[in-house]
Design a protein around this ligand. Structure first.
Ligand SMILES: Cc1cc2nc3c(=O)[nH]c(=O)nc-3n(C[C@H](O)[C@H](O)[C@H](O)COP(=O)(O)O)c2cc1C
Length: 169
C-alpha cells in the first residue's frame, strides 16, 4: 500500500476475529515501532505484547469493552520518562516518542491487513497491577491487534482550512 492509501485505510477497528496472528506479521509491526524516530534517539518506550486468551477477566479491568478482548493480541506502549529527552523549559517528550512509535506500529498493522484501535481511556491503576509495571514505567496506550471483523467507515475530519494556518511569507 502506498502511504496515501495506508492513511485512508487505517481506522479504529472495534470488532475482531479470533484468528491468530502470524508471528512474522507480529515481528513486522514491532519492527516498525522500533524504527520510529524519538527525540535525541533516546527510545524511552517499552512495548508489551499481551496474549488475550484466558486472561479476559484480568484484561477487562483495563478497558471494559467486548471488542477490546476479541483480538488474539493486545499491544501496550509504556514510556520511561526518566530516559526521555527533556527540552530546556522542562517539557518531557516521552509521550510524543511513544505516540510516534505506536502510530508506526498501527500503520504497519494496517499495511498487513490487521486491525487496531488506539485506546487511551483505560484504567491506569488496573494496567499497572495486571501488567506488573514497575515504578518509572507509565502506560500510555493500548491497541487490540487482530483481523478486523468490521469495516472502514467514511472519515469525519475537519477541513484542512480549519487545521492549517499558512503563515504570510
Ligand atoms: C490518542 C488516542 C486515544 C484514543 N482512545 C480511544 C479509546 O480509549 N477508545 C476508543 O474506542 N477509541 C479511542 N481512540 C480512537 C478515536 O476515537 C478515533 O481514532 C477517531 O474517532 C477517528 O476515527 P478513526 O480512527 O476510525 O479514523 C483514540 C484515538 C487516539 C488517537
Amino acid at each position: 500500500m502506498d502511504f496515501s492509501d495506508l492513511s485512508q485505510q487505517r481506522y479504529s477497528a472495534r470488532a475482531y476475529k479470533p484468528d491468530p496472528i502470524e508471528d512474522e506479521k507480529l515481528q513486522r509491526v514491532l519492527e516498525a515501532a522500533r524504527l520510529a524516530p524519538t527525540a535525541a534517539n533516546r527510545q524511552p518506550f517499552q512495548l508489551i505484547v499481551i496474549h488475550a486468551a484466558g486472561r479476559q477477566d484480568e484484561l477487562k479491568r483495563l478497558y471494559h469493552r467486548e471488542w477490546f478482548l476479541q483480538a488474539p493480541l493486545i499491544i501496550g506502549i509504556c514510556t520511561l520518562p526518566a530516559a526521555a529527552w527533556v527540552r530546556r523549559d522542562g517539557k518531557n517528550y516521552a509521550d510524543v516518542d511513544a505516540t510516534i512509535a505506536m502510530d508506526h506500529l498501527i500503520l504497519a498493522a494496517t499495511d498487513l491487513g490487521l486491525g487496531t484501535c488506539w485506546v487511551a481511556a483505560f484504567d491506569p491503576a488496573a494496567a499497572r497491577e495486571v501488567l506488573q509495571l514497575p515504578d518509572g514505567v507509565e502506560p500510555v496506550a493500548f491497541t487490540p491487534l487482530g483481523y478486523p471483523k468490521d469495516q472502514l467507515r467514511p472519515k469525519e475530519r475537519k477541513p484542512l482550512a480549519e487545521l492549517v494556518r499558512y503563515e504570510h511569507w
